[in-house]
Design a protein around this ligand. Structure first.
Ligand code: FES
Ligand code: FES
Length: 191
């Protein structure tokens, strides 16, 4: 099976990479002659979970339909909008472009896993404080993308923030309050 890095690289690119035919072949043949479902184990928000999934199941659908974590949104299903962004082993990934089976053995973090009990994550707090959302549809994906951005750059400029979130589309805010929220969260996390 091909590496998750295939999907993690250049996740902000608006140009989709071609499908890795060799990689999908094994899944195709497992559909034709093998078992109808695969048993996979994924750590989701720190909890080890086992699922029986069809080989074609996308991670976003497993998270929403099987794991009941509907904070991960789904819209375009074509790697454009970023609404479905989650962290896989700490890297922001559009979960509509990943087969659930590819997350076997990985640590997946969804928006539900970010807060520490009743204590909101700084990004959640600052999106609230800076009015970084209106309808909120893009917000889980924005926050998880920003989480990875801050993990690799603790003091991003506004320009770097805008570049970091360019794979996530917001239909409401005009982005300025989102940039302000991420910048404020980064400052809070540095303190
Ligand atoms: S639903 Fe995955 S990128 Fe839009
Ligand atoms: S707040 Fe509505 S899509 Fe971003």
């Amino acid at each position: 099976m091909f590496s998750l890095d295939y999907f993690m690289e250049e996740r902000n690119s608006s140009v989709m990479k071609p499908l890795p035919v060799g990689g999908y072949a094994s899944i195709f043949f497992s559909c034709v002659g093998g078992p109808k479902t695969l048993e996979i184990n994924i750590s989701i928000n720190g909890e080890s979970r086992t699922f029986d999934v069809e080989p074609r199941t996308l991670l976003v659908h497993l998270l929403r339909d099987d794991a009941g974590l509907t904070g991960t949104h789904v819209a375009c299903e074509t790697s454009i909008c970023g609404a479905c962004t989650v962290l896989i082993d700490g890297k922001a990934v559009k979960s509509c472009t990943v087969l659930a089976a590819q997350a076997q053995g990985c640590e997946v973090t969804t928006i539900e896993g970010l807060a520490d009990g009743d204590q909101l994550h700084p990004l959640q707090e600052q999106f609230w404080e800076k009015h970084g959302l209106q309808c909120g549809f893009c917000t889980p994906g924005m926050i998880l993308t920003a989480n990875q951005l801050i993990a690799s750059n603790s003091d991003p400029t506004d320009e770097e923030i805008r570049h970091g979130i360019e794979g996530n589309i917001c239909r409401c805010t005009g982005y300025q309050n989102i940039v302000d929220a991420i910048s404020a969260a980064a400052a809070q996390m540095r303190d």
